[in-house]
Write a protein that binds this ligand. Structure first.
Ligand code: GCU
Length: 620
């Protein structure tokens, strides 16, 4: 929930005069994408994770012939020679395998920096009673089937038994295809063409300071539902009333008004509503709940039923708002003791995929004394946001609108809007998430500000209960002063600030005596500061890449930021070292960004303890 305080309103009233009047892009219908089913993990069906056969295909030979024209008999057909004279130049069943979920880069050394297409294939049986539409008059145990993908980095095209189901763009959000009536009892061939080639019109685009791993990086499930099922539901505290629960529900396949029951058994609270002709309903009911917070991450089972369908989610209830430059959680002022992190598995590297991966990373954040994490620079897998709910960590979630994007390209905007919508649809019930971020270090131009304002409008429409932010630009306004006057600040609730004073901008002592000025009266979260350090490299505090330099930078940064009243949180860069092709320095970086407080093998650097002690002091 967002409370506009008077100063912010005044600033907001002034900002249009201050900020260049940049019209918002006309709302374009977000392109139809095969949207994911809510509550898929708890539904009947079967996991399709495990070893999939793969063909590495840098020329897209499985799709295009030697004239780069589409093949009628590409790899997607999963064909077998009909006789000894038949020419078929591939065979999934005799091809190597890769594990799903997982990126391909870290499963085979020759694929580490591979960028292109990999074909995935597996065969599966559909349970006999679900292989076809039920016999006339038979009560369908479950009448509909869907193939759901947790994510495919960066884009995927999917075929079932040689029939193209569709495609999805965006490497970090779920999608699904209905396959009702298309399944065989045995031997269904599922083929997925995954491509992660960077493109200037994609989200993210050509240049990222992380290695954008490719592959079926998250789980795949065959999901079964009744003919009418609960496709989505949003449940939270009613805006402005912490003693009422409110939300919406959307059915798929409803034939006319349908009764929906929403229940919180532990709170002895429930409501019955009827959906409209589109299968939608809004609801609200009184409930006395223990509010969720980092100190007390109380979650409740929320049961929703409609006809033959029943789903359960684990949901925490809390409020988040701004008041001038304050952030308030459940009405109380809060300081975000945070850290940034990539979705890079501790120890093995590569995409983190499992609950264990999530708890290893977020466990380190808890050990650091955090109550907040910035999940950079893309929506992390759902294990991370659910673990944050359980462990009591507030979350900054973001889509990879990062650095240089094709701001004038309508398809790029549509891609960003879709990724934002899919991120909010997946995680709208996660109490831990308090901030949606629409961009990171994007250059201030009219086209960029118009692009991001469209995303802000979309986010506010999709989720009026959370705060909007972005890591904004700033500039030196004097020898000892820095000003944050990005015009986008007028549209946000919280100002994100990435600053590298002491690393890219002077030496650590430059922090001393530096003053920060903002043109908005809003909370500032310092979303990045930091320095590279190779774990185990020891020298004096002016030797770059030594642990001592990094530790000294943290001391100077923390002393500086303590003096900026509008700073109401921070998420220094970064919890753990992560792979980046932009970091080649031999013997120090070797393809890794070393700004982690922890090395990828789990070794904590000196700066870890500096920040841990600072957070202990702030937590008192
Ligand atoms: C930037 C960027 C990060 C990057 C970091 C760095 O601020 O947001 O993605 O890794 O700085 O240079 O290490």
């Amino acid at each position: 929930m967002r409370v506009w305080s008077l100063p912010a309103l005044l600033v907001f009233a002034l900002a249009p005069g201050g900020a260049p009047a940049v019209p918002r892009a006309p709302p374009t219908a977000s392109p139809t994408a095969p949207s994911a089913l809510g509550f898929a993990d708890g539904r009947a069906g079967q996991s399709l994770d495990g070893a999939w056969h793969v063909i590495v295909d840098p020329y897209d030979n499985g799709l295009l012939d030697y004239r780069s024209q589409p093949r009628p008999n590409g790899y997607f057909a999963d064909a077998k020679p009909k006789n000894k004279s038949d020419l078929v130049e591939y065979d999934f069943s005799r091809s190597p395998t890769l594990n799903v979920p997982g990126d391909w880069n870290t499963q085979r050394p020759e694929l580490l920096y591979y960028e292109g297409t990999v074909w995935y294939q597996r065969t599966f049986d559909a349970r006999a009673d679900h292989s076809t539409t039920p016999a006339p008059g038979a009560a369908p145990a479950t009448a509909r089937q869907f193939l759901q993908f947790g994510a495919a980095a960066q884009r995927a095209t999917v075929w079932l038994n040689g029939q193209r189901l569709g495609a999805h763009e965006g490497g970090f959000t779920p999608f699904a295809f209905e396959v009702t009536g298309r399944l065989r009892p045995q031997g269904n061939s599922l083929v997925v063409m995954v491509n992660d080639t960077r493109r200037p019109d994609a989200i993210p685009a050509m240049n990222t300071d992380w290695w954008n791993y490719g592959g079926l990086s998250r789980g795949v499930r065959l999901v079964e539902t009744p003919a009418t099922f609960i496709r989505a539901a949003r449940v939270g505290l009613a805006q402005g009333d912490a003693h009422r629960v409110a939300g919406t529900v959307a059915l798929d396949g409803a034939r006319g008004p349908t009764a929906v029951i929403v229940e919180i058994p532990e709170a002895h609270a429930r409501v019955t509503v009827e959906t409209d002709a589109q299968g939608r309903a809004a609801f609200s009911f009184p409930a006395t709940l223990s509010l969720w917070s980092p100190e007390s991450p109380r979650l409740y089972d929320v049961d929703i039923s409609a006809g033959a369908d029943r789903v359960r989610d684990r949901i925490g209830f809390r409020t988040i708002e701004t008041h001038g430059t304050e952030l308030r959680l459940n009405g109380r002022s809060i300081f975000l003791r945070g850290i940034s992190l990539h979705e890079e598995a501790l120890g093995r590297g590569g995409r983190a995929t499992s609950r264990a991966d999530a708890e290893a990373l977020l466990g380190l954040a808890k050990e650091l004394g955090c109550n907040f994490v910035r999940l950079a620079h893309y929506p992390h897998n759902e294990e991370m946001t659910r673990a944050a709910d359980r462990l009591g960590l507030l979350v900054w979630s973001e889509i990879p609108v990062y650095w240089t994007i094709a701001w004038d390209d309508a398809d790029t905007l549509a891609d960003a809007r879709r990724q934002l919508g899919e991120e909010i649809a997946r995680d709208g019930n996660r109490a831990s998430i308090i901030l949606w971020s629409v961009g990171n270090e994007t250059p201030v131009t009219e086209a960029r500000t118009r692009f991001l304002r469209t995303l802000i409008d979309d986010a506010r429409a999709a989720d009026p209960t959370r705060l909007l932010t972005a890591a904004l630009e700033h500039h030196a306004s004097g020898p000892r002063e820095v000003t944050i006057d990005d015009p986008l600040g007028a549209d946000l609730d919280v100002i994100g600030l990435n600053e590298y004073v002491g690393w890219y901008d002077g030496l650590p002592a430059k922090c001393d005596g530096l003053t920060w000025r903002s043109t908005t009266q809003k909370p500032i979260v310092v979303s990045e500061f930091g320095a590279d350090a190779k774990a185990g490299l020891h020298a004096d505090a002016l030797t770059r890449f030594s642990e001592e330099y990094q530790a000294d930078l943290y001391r100077h940064q923390l002393a500086m930021l303590r003096k900026v009243p509008a700073v109401r949180g921070m998420s220094p860069w970064i919890l753990v070292d992560f792979r980046s092709p932009r970091r080649p320095l031999p013997g120090i970086q070797d393809g890794w960004n070393r700004k982690g407080l922890v090395a990828n093998d789990g070794t904590k650097k000196q700066a870890f303890w500096i920040l841990r002690d600072a957070y202990r002091g702030l937590a008192r």
